[in-house]
Design a protein around this ligand. Sequence first.
Ligand SMILES: [Zn+2]
Length: 459
Amino acid sequence: MHHLRRVLLGLFSITTISMFVSSAQAADKADCISVADMNDIVASFSQFQHLKGKEFCYDGSTDSALLEAIMFMRNTQFASTMPASHDELFSGKFATSWWKYFTGRINKFNVQQNCPEGAAAYVIGFFGGHTMYVCPLMLTGSLTALDRASIYMHEARHIDGFPHVTCSHGPRKGINGACDDNIKDSGSYAVTVETYAQLGKYATDLNPAMMAYAQASAVVYANDAFEVPVNIDQTQNFVVMTADKQFHEVNIQGGGKQISDLGFASDLGRIIMRGVYYVLFPDDKNLPAKYVFTHNEGDLAQTPGSDAGEYNASSPQEKANFVAIHYAGNWGVRAYKNKLSVSCDPQAGVKSDLNISGTPVSFIYPNGYDREARMVFLMMANGTVMEVGCKSKTQPYQQATNMSFDRPFTRMYKSGNAVVGLGADGKIYQVNGQTSTPITTPFDGQIYELLAHKNFTFF
Ligand SMILES: [Zn+2]
């Protein structure tokens, strides 16, 4: 039996990432492994015997990626006390030495060339012994040493048992090995959530962007990878970005209105939700898409998934043709100025182009951003709204809807019980069916982007 660790967020295509981005985000770490550290590693992993007694400097090779994650496990420092969360994000059950836990269960890496789409690594039940099989995805720029360390812990847990099940609902519905039953069982996906939550809350030497990324990753796995819903304490509101690149939180839940200033983005551009991550596609078409965080956390040198990898590998002219992307669980669609590219079966790697009449503006979410739904709404420049989705794994479709609004909108999200739209006039409006009411802000006319947003109590 294969125990996969799947990285399924926004699964879309099997196109390879264009480049290996060395995860030097932990920039305060040395770029080399000392002789003493290397000798320790060789004592647990004899496959690195040829490196014994030597200093090893990261070089972008497969060994380098594996070793960097090992060093991440060995070096990352945590707070001296790590209280459990009040929800189910962090129990602390796996908080003591990750390196000891890992080397107690895994003693060999075996790099594979062919793996199912979305699989990062796996172990093979009883007959696989203590070998961890590593998939090409694990070695791409989509994953950092932080992700790899989390994967190492996840796979080590499989040595204790804890096989996965097929998800019966949620963004990973129907995907074999992409769920565990209950986070309380402390299986491999629980370890994934625990390790990310620990990094996101209690790491003492990680940069803020890595911390924010780890927090979002903990939440995504908690939301997506369990049959029994995981209890997560959270509040829901909205975030806008103004033309000066600043983020502001807008909270209108319960009929009130609270607006607070947050941090700045590094570039102006379109920001798209990928689960609870934000991906920025800069207006400057010479710049790559990247993760963006709202509290001045800075950038990550990490490609935000294979779609962004494809985007980043395209020419500025091709980038200018890109309009928006809808990140769903097990399908996805990209809107270009003149067509839609739909992937109804990402594991098969098939994409279908649909011609469209008119120009798309944005995917809109008047019913909420739902990654399980097999359809999404698309706002067109003429004010009409299309529905796009998959009828089956091989059947993408588009159809007109009778949805209409009393003014032109370029974005629309539901968060909590409120629906908010961004008008073409740079102002935001509360939307109720077809009608809308202005939400007055200090920056009316300057609002450039609108997003749904969640705050997590534990973090
Ligand atoms: Zn697994």
